[in-house]
Write a protein that binds this ligand. Sequence first.
Ligand SMILES: [Zn+2]
Length: 506
Amino acid sequence: MDGERLILECVRIARPGLPPLEGTVVLEDGLISAVQHGRLRDRVSNAERVDCRGGVLFPGFEDPHCHPLALGSALLSADCRPSAVPDIAGLRRALTNWSAENPGEPIVRGSGYDELALREGRHPDRGDLDAAVADRPVVLTHSSGHAHVLNTAALRLAGITAATDEPDGGYIDREPGSGEPSGLLLEMSQWLDEHLTDSVAGKADRYARAASTEFLRNGVTSVTDAGHLNDVRTPAIWERLASSQVFVPRVTAMIGYRAGAPSRRTGEASEHGTVKVMLTLTGGRLEPGIETLVEIIAGASKAGSEVAVHAVEREAIMAVCETVRSARGRGLGLPAVRIEHASECPAEVSRALKAAGVKVVTQPGFIFARGDRYLTARTRGHGVPARYLYPFRRWQSDGVPVVASSDAPFGPVSPLVGIGAAATRRTTTGKTLAPSERIPVADAMKLYLRASGSPEGGPAWLGLNAGQPADLALLDSDPQEVAATAIGRIKCLMTVVSGQVAWTGL
Ligand SMILES: [Zn+2]
């Protein structure tokens, strides 16, 4: 490829806060080598030309927290999201059709259902799934990934009976009277991976390929696998998938603290950029406890690793802030800590984030995809006030550093859906989740765009310039020039990774 160039013609070059300018962009050796307004003045030989048909060129989007293999699995299973199935009869049809179309699959899989969005307002049970497919195992995954429903054949395959004890942290729902499993399982994702024969590991290539295309189709050129079960072998798996071009976007993987805790593996820790910790609140108790969290953060800090703590509830977020403050008090410097999600953030929690100097990696797309669920839960007397949820305006005025991600498949992959949601606070059904927390479109875009190719959390996007890595997304419109409610419908036309066209719909 030496000396080969790619010339993007008839392209509109995006500029932060300004309308795009028509011009020409030259890519060479994985970098942008020239950005010129109007037609190219110099003759360029040995070049391939692409007519971009007036599309708008942006740096490629980053996704610093997603689950690519789970995304691939969801893409290759029956679509049971609220947008596809309104009720349990629809869900049964989706599973029956998928089963007929995929006769060779050992397990019939469906994903993305949300019990609050189904007309019946309840989880399906094994009887519902048996009515869809009786002779093959069926596994249905909830939109959150925290619940599964199995039909009778799948329960048998997994070995779950009335006599089965709950695994650690998991819950087996039972039919009243008989004590037989109803089919609904909570927090048993890892257990199912280990107990069902077609485990994700055997399907990594298929899942990775499907996810790769989905990211590229959405203009995403770099992703981080945020799995808390990733271990020290995970980076090598991604290296293989990337070098064989099965997975094309740039990819890095976090390592679960149990698998690669730097306090125990000091010498190797710096190879693994980010250590992932799930900090969960169950029955008022944080798991892992504060002492363990302090130990993890101190260990990572010494090893030069970053720690990414999953924290959703305000108690969990506050615990992370306090831990960081105490680590600093013990002379451990400023540990690199980021909070994943930070979903429930009233005023005092936002101020604590700022005071602790902790970065937030959150998901504007949840406002769109889960907003209706939050509002329904609230009307039923659960949940928290809408203004506490993903408060982008408050974070902005408090000066909390925030970047956006998808958490796909648990949130929508498209950064444009997320940009639209941060700017409008609109849900799937068009309701509004705390309009006071809207932010301007230009600011919503900065949550997703860094200076092209700079590491996540690096300098914000300042425009496209020669010398930057050629990771690019060509969109059919600039989000700054359409109605905010239409941003989610903007399409990506072409995606470039390292100077090469990785996906095109032109
Ligand atoms: Zn996640």
